[in-house]
Design a protein around this ligand. Sequence first.
Ligand SMILES: Cc1ncc(COP(=O)(O)O)c(C=O)c1O
Length: 367
Amino acid sequence: MKVKNYPVTRPFLPPLDDYKSQVDAIFASGWLTNEGSCVNALEEQLQSKLALPKVNLVSSGTIALHLAIRALNLSGEILTTAFSYIATTSSIHWSGCRPVFVDIESHGYNIDLEDLERKITPRTSAILATHCFGVPCDVAGIQRIAEHHGLKVIYDGAHAFGTLVNGQSVFHWGDVSTCSFHATKLFHSVEGGMVVARSAEVAERVRRLRNFGHNGEEKFSEFGTNGKNSELHAAMGLSVLPHVDEILEQRRMQAETYHEVLFKAPLRLPPVNNLTWNCAYFPIVFEDEQRCIAVKTELAERGILTRRYFYPSLNRIATDSPESCPRAESLSERILCLPMFHELTQKETVSIGRLIASLSSSSSFAQ
Ligand SMILES: Cc1ncc(COP(=O)(O)O)c(C=O)c1O
């Protein structure tokens, strides 16, 4: 294939004039941050787009998780997936709780319900699970377990913008759901994130906690943090949001194209036949780590960048947590996310897919 550089991801850039007109209005008002009109407008538009009761915009997906844990008053142990980005675990540590790692499903990427239930102890206060790559967790099963044992549920939905469960946004599930609006995400505001809480009380607490704990100009309800997002970030979100359906459609086209080209290769592919999945990423799973690394290296030499996402498994990073999670460990050694960004054409997706099909089937990598 013709050599051209393909990053694994590239931020979606809205028409510059759209962003400029938002910035013009910000300059005219002189209001740069502290719950200004762009932040308020983006919260309202997200509520209406995703049919959510209350959205609290925050400065990142990581801060969203910190605020969720604090707003729910969690302590002790939090059961969490061993297969996610480090922010899922680090936010538990930063909140003074202990992560207890749970393994993943045998044929998916998300937390395994049997292992989850087995690891509940009297010290467990909550479950923090990730909708990996935007594929939803077994939310009904998790809710059943949580209700039975009196646990809170937080979903790290950093990847899950546009994912549906029973026709509704997946952010409806859990006591709290979070999302990341980082520049590489399907919907973004350069940096940013949101917290969606089931109860109005928890949502109100998040709103205060993100603003130092202010409860009025001269009153504080508790010690909070600075988790606010700025008008300039919200302006980017307002400029990207009108394009989000087009972004989702393009992602689905890319995922279906990769699937078509790769389905005969000796790889495990993501569930494109699940039409409620947002196709945020295209992870492929090899039979072994050696082949995974060999294909990654070959692709990089041809200018096609892939990412070992997530590697290593989180239980191997947090060495003070002794749980072994063999499925998560094995998956993290064998997984690669393929290039996926808005401008990637169908033709380019086919070419990259064909090259991967031939490299992953090639006997020259055999042990
Ligand atoms: C699963 C997951 N959770 C949380 C985060 C953190 O989001 P942010 O970069 O907005 O802090 C990320 C970032 O990539 C992520 O992939």
